[in-house]
Design a protein around this ligand. Structure first.
Ligand SMILES: Nc1ncnc2c1ncn2[C@@H]1O[C@H](COP(=O)(O)OP(=O)(O)OP(=O)(O)O)[C@@H](O)[C@H]1O
Length: 624
């Protein structure tokens, strides 16, 4: 997969989008964990108030200790100070617990909503779009962020409350020093916010490089890629590319880190100068009797408090901004429009009795892609076995995918007993179809589950399960596994100690997996339509012959579409359709097409010649 720098993923969201994302984060958090959120808000506000209260209590204690009646009335504030100390020790622990609780609840709800939204995409186009896939990956990371956005919001509140508390306290003691502290706080805030924006900008800028790095890393530890990487010896090349992407990202980070160093260094000097000046002024004012000693401690606490309040504010803004950028991808996926038009009132799909008809169907995978189907007219009569042949790229699998409504035709229509597929519920259509695709799935589950995914009701119906497996010629194999049908067909979930123990899971061969995929489809073979797109590519000659014989028996009188490059396996089909460059070039029975001496006859003879010594020609390839 390539990572595209252009397109919606790299379109940086504006303020409006971020506000929409913040509102959704707040809603999600509130719905997922209302009580914990209230409790966390209270903890945040208390945490903000305690330092201000402590500073006042300290001032009171010092003033009373240094008063003429030394120590009178000091016990009350001292006890309150001790209680404030206990609160300050406890509140962060309580805050951490509540935060973890909110994180867990919100991440669960967010993930549920994200995958609910992904499931609503009934077509395939989104899953083949690298920009969408990229966005989906970021959305998965974003699903963990709404709670953090809300926490940053509380952090903002906490910082602001502390700031207001100390500025208010300071203004009671001396308006001038308050103005001075405020004057220094404003440029600090402005500079830090600019830095936070710059940091977020860099994160955004290096996003594509990081995603490419992730892609190379994924290749280096992928079992699928391992064979070719070793065979071609390209591990070093891929590692080099991965590290080059990391270096690009590092350079951008270093630039911003240097800026942070300079700006924050300057601000720290400024902050220290203001604190020093305030301290000198306070001591001077105390000596001249303008301030009490308690006031001096208050000034020191307030100056430090204002500075820490400013820091808390900035950190929260930076955190919220960063998380919102990520969460924005989540919002984009969750709020995405349906990929295929969903009729408000889907038409009921009749039991197939007449047939399926493609009328002048034009199709391309996107505006930027070439036409794959170019005005295709095709009739698949009910109760008839249709074979489909054609060269690589002719459009056969595309026809199959349109039949399942994974896409809608760009122009023209496909009707099922006269009902346009665009007007029916895609889920209802698919319930009527059994299918095996070229690129069938191998699930890291038990054998039973691998088959039952074709119809979950058979999970507890061994009879039907075994019948499907028998028909796919895989029952004997599965029965002989260490745990029979309950054997895991993967070793993915086991640790070191399970090495070499076949009881914990086994691996199947390519052809055995293919039989399993067939068994899955056979669970639906009483459906209206059976589609087999290259079902025998991984099967040995004997198994292929057996499969086709069984298919003929079981599908007799039923509608099926069988796509195959092994023309011998199609010769008994009721009609054979030859697809050339996205249109039906020839159609008829094996005998009719052979007699026509067209593309089918050419392909058939070519294949048949490969099975015979030179000179002899037997027209029955693919028959075990
Ligand atoms: N998801 C896709 N996005 C863009 N183009 C695609 C996609 N799938 C297929 N194509 C293109 O559509 C054309 C037809 O492909 P299709 O898979 O339908 O051919 P086919 O007849 O089934 O070929 P084969 O015999 O190799 O399986 C090809 O040129 C292919 O590159």
């Amino acid at each position: 997969m390539t990572v595209d720098d252009s397109g919606p993923v790299s379109a940086r969201p504006g303020r409006r989008e971020l506000l929409v994302a913040a509102a959704m984060a707040a809603r999600l958090t509130w719905r997922a964990a209302p009580l914990a959120t209230i409790a966390y808000g209270l903890v945040a506000l208390t945490t903000a108030g305690v330092p201000v209260a402590t500073a006042w209590l300290l001032k009171l204690v010092i003033d009373r200790l240094t008063a003429d009646d030394a120590g009178a009335g000091v016990a009350g504030p001292a006890v309150l100070m001790a209680l404030a100390g206990v609160a300050m020790a406890m509140l962060p622990q309580l805050g951490n617990y509540l935060r973890a609780e909110i994180d867990r609840a919100v991440a669960l709800a967010a993930e549920d909503r994200l995958y609910g939204a992904v499931e609503r995409f009934v077509g395939l186009a989104n899953f083949e779009d690298p920009v969408f896939l990229d966005r989906l990956r970021l959305a998965q990371q974003g699903a963990a962020t709404p709670a953090q956005v809300v926490e940053a919001g509380f952090g903002l509140l906490r910082g602001a409350a502390t700031l207001v508390g100390f500025i208010g306290s300071l203004s009671l003691l001396n308006p001038m020093i308050t103005v001075l502290v405020l004057l220094t706080a404003v440029p600090v805030l402005a500079a830090e916010l600019a830095l936070a924006r710059r940091r977020a900008g860099v994160l955004w800028q290096i996003g594509p490089a990081e995603r490419r790095e992730m892609f190379y890393r994924g290749l280096l530890d992928s079992v699928h890629a391992a064979k070719e990487i070793r065979l071609f010896g390209v591990g070093g090349f891929l590692r080099g590319r991965m590290l080059a992407e990391r270096r690009t990202a590092n350079r951008a980070r270093r630039r911003v880190d240097r800026r942070v160093l300079v700006v924050q260094g300057g601000l720290a000097v400024l902050g220290a100068a203001v604190s020093g000046a305030a301290l000198i002024w306070a001591i001077h004012a105390a000596r001249s009797g303008q301030l009490s000693i308690g006031d001096v401690s208050m000034v020191i606490a307030a100056v430090a408090g204002v500075q820490s309040g400013v820091n808390a504010l900035i950190n929260s803004v930076a955190q919220a901004h960063e998380q919102l950028l990520l969460f924005n991808h989540y919002v984009a996926v969750v709020d995405a429009a349906p990929d295929l038009p969903v009729p408000a009132r889907p038409v009921e799909l009749p039991v197939l009795s007449e047939g399926i008809e493609f009328r002048d169907v034009w199709f391309r995978y996107g505006d930027e892609h070439p036409w794959v189907l170019r005005g295709l007219d095709l009739r698949i009569p009910a109760g008839v076995a249709t074979g489909m042949v054609g060269l690589n790229g002719a459009g056969k699998s595309t026809i199959v995918k349109l039949l399942c409504r994974f896409y809608d035709p760009t122009r023209g229509s496909i009707t099922w007993d006269g009902v346009d597929l665009r007007t029916v519920d895609a889920a209802q259509l698919r319930q009527r179809i059994g299918a095996v695709f070229q690129d069938f799935m191998e699930y890291d589950l038990t054998a039973r589950e691998n088959i039952a995914l074709g119809d979950l009701s058979v999970l507890d119906d061994p009879e039907r399960l075994h019948t499907a497996a028998r028909r796919a010629g895989v029952h004997d194999l599965l029965s002989s596994l260490p745990r029979g049908y309950d054997t895991l067909l993967t070793r993915l979930f086991f640790g070191e100690s399970d090495q070499g123990n076949p009881e914990t899971g086994i691996r199947l061969s390519g052809g055995q997996w293919q039989r399993l995929a067939l068994a899955r489809a056979f669970l639906r073979d009483r459906g209206d339509l059976m589609i087999l797109d290259e079902p025998s590519a991984g099967l040995d000659a004997e198994a292929e012959h057996e499969l086709h014989t069984r298919l003929r028996q079981h599908r007799a009188g039923r509608t099926s579409v069988l796509v195959s490059h092994r023309l011998g396996s199609l010769r008994d089909a009721d009609q054979i359709v030859v697809v050339v460059d996205g249109v039906v070039a020839e159609q008829g029975t094996h005998a009719v097409l052979l007699a026509a001496e067209g593309e089918y006859a050419r392909l058939f003879r070519l294949q048949a010649s490969g099975y015979q010594p030179e000179g002899e020609l037997v027209l029955e390839p693919g028959r075990g």
